[in-house]
Design a protein around this ligand. Structure first.
Ligand code: SF4
Ligand code: SF4
Length: 326
């Protein structure tokens, strides 16, 4: 799962940093939400309705916050982060501020060219996570960007050609794409990419269209069993832990009720530098006033960031980290 620029001897160093952050109850993963502006039109998210004037309040650097939290994993997200013309400077400054980290960019991919990807990669991005919920035009409709899935499929091989090894599809598991999950994994394997799954929620704006109802649980269980079987044969492509995938049907059946630990292992900084415990909660304080979060009795989602924070450190997880999609 680590990209080619990391060597096997990095793994114990990352494990040591993971242990240190765990013992000191510091976040392991910090998401920098560099903008809430977005030029997609997803029905399950209202970020694209952000007034363009919000640009004026977006901070010019996250480097001090990155130095303060010193996390092991960093994600640049949005909104659509590639809308920021200074994204390379934001990434480079954070890259310089933190030792021993892995930096991911989350994008819908609609404006990602191989040239932009190369300049972001040079700035310090280790991994590009491109949203992909369907292989066909349903993706274009769902995201409101004509030709999006075709563009992604033409950009990814060109990124691979210029030597970018860290490419993952971010796939939301929802009511009408259960038939797409295995085909997306297969396509990722052909392209030398990975896939990271997360479960749909209506927590963003109340849109219940994508929710998997309990009547579909059998279908979901069958698909999850196929994903786990795929992982047993070939690690490094599906990047979720076995644990997370195993829990998804339990969540849909309403069997998960343990408090959410978001904010303890992962935090989000909004574009003004204020901290949120998760993407769908309002900000609590500016990062300079950071206070440690406690678990919360919320069951509104089963995002990967929630489920993975609860995943035990099994041998299979270490094998996932060591495995490569190519
Ligand atoms: S889900 Fe992502 S791509 Fe879609 S509107 Fe929200 S920020 Fe934009
Ligand atoms: S369950 Fe956790 S991650 Fe999900 S919305 Fe609630 S607090 Fe946020």
């Amino acid at each position: 799962m680590l990209t080619a620029e990391f060597k096997p001897w990095h793994v114990p160093l990352f494990l040591a940093k993971y242990a240190y952050l765990t013992v000191t109850r510091r976040p392991i993963l910090v998401h920098f939400e560099v903008t809430t502006r977005c030029n997609a039109r997803c029905g399950f998210c209202d970020y694209w309705k952000t007034d363009p004037s919000a640009k004026a309040s977006e901070v010019a650097s996250f480097a001090d916050a990155a130095r303060f939290f010193n996390p092991m994993l960093i994600t640049f997200t949005g909104g659509e982060p590639t809308l920021r013309r200074d994204l390379e400077e934001l990434v480079a400054a954070v890259h310089a501020a933190v030792n021993l980290k892995y930096i991911t960019l989350l994008t819908h991919g609609g404006m990602l060219t191989p040239e932009r990807a190369r300049s972001l990669w040079k700035a310090g991005i280790n991994q590009f996570n491109i949203s992909l919920d369907y292989l066909d035009s349903r993706h274009d409709v769902a995201r409101g960007i004509p030709g999006l899935s075709a563009k992604i499929m033409s950009t990814v091989p060109r990124m691979r050609e210029i030597g970018i090894t860290g490419i993952r599809f971010n796939t939301v598991i929802k009511r009408d794409n259960l038939d797409q999950l295995l085909p997306i994994v297969d396509r990722a394997r052909e392209l030398g990419c990975g896939v990271n799954f997360s479960c749909y929620t209506d927590a963003k704006n109340g849109n219940r269209d994508g929710l998997i109802d309990r009547d579909s649980t059998e279908n979901l269980e069958a698909v999850v069993a196929e994903l786990l079987a795929f992982k047993r044969k070939r690690r490094g492509i599906i990047t979720n832990s076995d644990y997370y995938l195993e829990q998804i049907p339990r969540y849909v059946r309403g069997e998960i009720s343990e408090p959410c630990r978001s904010g303890m292992r992962t935090i989000h900084l909004d574009p003004t530098g204020h901290v949120k415990r998760c993407p769908d909660f309002p900000p609590d304080f500016h990062w300079t006033d950071f206070r440690k979060y406690e678990p919360i009795n919320c069951n509104a989602c089963y995002y990967a960031c929630r489920g993975e924070a609860q995943a035990p450190l099994r041998i299979s997880r270490i094998r996932d980290v060591m495995a490569s999609p190519v």
